[in-house]
Write a protein that binds this ligand. Structure first.
Ligand code: FAD
Length: 219
């Protein structure tokens, strides 16, 4: 909108992970006007500073709200990063793609969130994903979000060591939590090295604000 006296059908406050996707989807209808307000910097797609393009640099201080938080009066304040830039926290996060656990979706559905079971949301996960690995039943090949999983050979020594130690400790080696769910369907609980973060990688970032400019995320 060039003229600030114009009105918009929809006003979205905050161009973060949720806001930019909402704005993109809602403005697909040419009859609807959408105004997206973002407090932080807005970069052209080809003008992002290096710190935002590199997912090994999390919580870039130049694009952060500077919040701190504490558990209670007795505990020290700790930094609580939140992105302040178009793309929001997805522009400063670690670029790790993680789906919520099937048990979490079941819990939400159990509380009455209709349409939020794992089976209900799976088609949306497949549509947004673009990954060459995993089972077609659980993964998408053509979506806007590129997701790449490191092979064992690509793990850093510390990541590899963590996974090996977890497996030696008795955790199951899991390459794909979505597929694991199929095997465990009906069971409760369970724990795995992957579910505790092992094997995840963070070499790239795909901020929500620039899905047309793919970077790598990792599951
Ligand atoms: C350091 C860090 C690492 C993370 N790592 C991962 C990860 O690896 N994998 C993962 O899945 N998730 C990760 N997350 C979490 C994930 O990034 C967030 O859950 C997600 O981005 C939240 O989306 P959101 O739309 O709710 O908020 P945000 O993306 O934070 O967006 C909020 C937006 O609103 C803007 N805003 C706020 N107030 C105003 C205002 N008054 N007017 C205008 N604009 C305003 C902000 O500037 C921001 O752009 C990480 C988060 C952080 C901070």
């Amino acid at each position: 909108m060039s003229d600030l006296t114009e009105t918009a059908d929809v006003v979205i406050v905050g161009g973060g992970s949720a806001g930019v996707v909402l704005a993109a989807r809602l403005s697909q209808d040419p009859a609807r006007t959408v105004l997206l307000l973002e407090a932080g910097h807005v970069y052209a797609p080809d003008a992002h500073p290096p710190a935002l393009l590199d997912a090994s640099k999390i919580a870039d201080p130049d694009h952060d709200w500077g919040y701190t938080s504490r558990g209670n009066d007795q505990t020290p304040r700790i930094p609580t990063p939140r992105g302040k830039v178009l793309g929001g926290s997805s522009a400063v996060n670690a670029g790790v793609a993680v789906r919520a656990r099937a048990a979490d979706f079941a819990k939400w559905a159990g509380h009455g969130a209709e349409g939020w079971s794992f089976e209900d949301v799976l088609p949306a996960f497949r549509l947004l994903e673009n990954t060459p690995t995993g089972d077609d039943a659980y993964h998408g090949r053509t979506g806007p979000l590129p997701i790449r999983q490191r092979t064992d050979e690509e793990l850093t020594p510390s990541l590899g060591g963590f996974v090996e130690a977890a497996v030696a400790y008795g955790f199951e080696r899991v390459y794909d939590r979505a597929e694991r769910r199929r095997r465990l369907s009906g069971q409760r609980g369970g724990r795995s090295a992957a579910e505790r973060g092992a094997g995840l990688s963070d070499r790239g970032r795909a901020p929500a604000a620039q899905p047309h400019r793919p970077r790598q995320c990792h599951r």
